[in-house]
Ligand binder design. Structure first.
Ligand code: ADP
Ligand code: MG
Length: 250
């Protein structure tokens, strides 16, 4: 579903991604962990084309987004193809990014109407189904300002699902939440994993990584240091840097 090879990215001379490679199979849940500033968000943003890469190769469901030739020249596919590939992925951010002036329902139906040109009558029943799924049908007509952080994030997940993505990218979806509100968001994510949604999740929730993710990848200083099946990764981390990080999370 995702093939990223040799991704490099710098910001003003500072190397933020150094030869990062990761693949995700259909239905797989992969957690990316690592210290702040290690390049986790930038990596997700490159996959989703919120950032461009300097070199490397990205293909989503077998369709090439960007590739680099033997001379090191990186090129992207056409804008139309970039948009087409972008629609395969939904993203959930730490800060929810809901539209404050739209109701919960309005937030969910906005993109399907504007981006996909769907009729309101066609998308509302689907939006209501998604709200039931995340346990927020009673908040259908509320504005985001009236919701708790956990509720906002569940609306953000429903909003991403409304575009019917094949892959969901999560960037620290629970980091902005009070501890007592993380459980409800993690439960929703766990449910999606059980339904075989393909998910790439940047998280500090080691319990989630251990119990829900199939594979875990550790990033440090722009490098993907190691990745492996979740049980193995936590039981026998190979790298000293991984061990030190896991110790620091206890
Ligand atoms: P993480 O998500 O692991 O905390 P980030 O991907 O956000 O790490 O950041 C990695 C590094 O890239 C940091 O040093 C950060 O300051 C830098 N960085 C991220 N985005 C930008 C940007 N738009 N411009 C300049 N530097 C950036
Ligand atoms: Mg980040």
């Amino acid at each position: 579903m995702i093939e990223a090879r040799g991704i490099r990215k710098s910001f003003g001379g500072q190397s933020v991604l150094r030869d990062v490679s990761l693949t995700l199979a259909r239905g797989e849940v992969v957690a990316i962990i690592g210290p702040s500033g290690s390049g986790k968000s930038t990596f997700l943003r490159c996959l989703n084309h919120l950032e461009t890469i300097d070199s490397g190769h990205i293909a989503i469901e077998g369709e090439v987004l960007a590739t680099t030739d033997a001379q090191g020249r990186c090129s992207y596919v056409s804008d139309a193809q970039v948009r087409h590939i972008g629609r395969k992925m939904g993203m959930v951010f730490q800060s929810f990014n809901l539209f404050p002036h739209l109701t919960v329902l309005g937030n969910i139906i906005e993109a399907p109407m504007v981006v996909k040109g769907m009729k309101r009558e066609a998308i509302v029943p689907r939006a209501e189904e998604l709200l039931r799924k995340v346990g927020l049908i009673d908040k259908r007509d509320s504005y985001p300002g009236r919701l708790s952080g956990g509720q906002k994030q569940r609306v953000a997940i429903a909003r991403a699902l409304a575009m019917e993505p094949d892959i969901l990218l999560f960037d620290e979806p629970t980091s902005a939440l009070d501890p007592e509100l993380t459980g409800e968001v993690l439960r929703t994510m766990r449910q999606l994993a059980q339904e075989h949604m393909t998910m790439l999740v940047v998280t500090h929730e080691m319990g989630f990584a251990r119990e829900v993710a199939h594979r875990v990848a550790f990033m440090d200083q722009g490098e993907l240091i190691e990745s492996g099946p979740a049980a193995e990764f936590f039981a026998q981390p190979r790298h000293a840097r991984t061990r030190a990080f896991l110790q620091s999370m206890l």
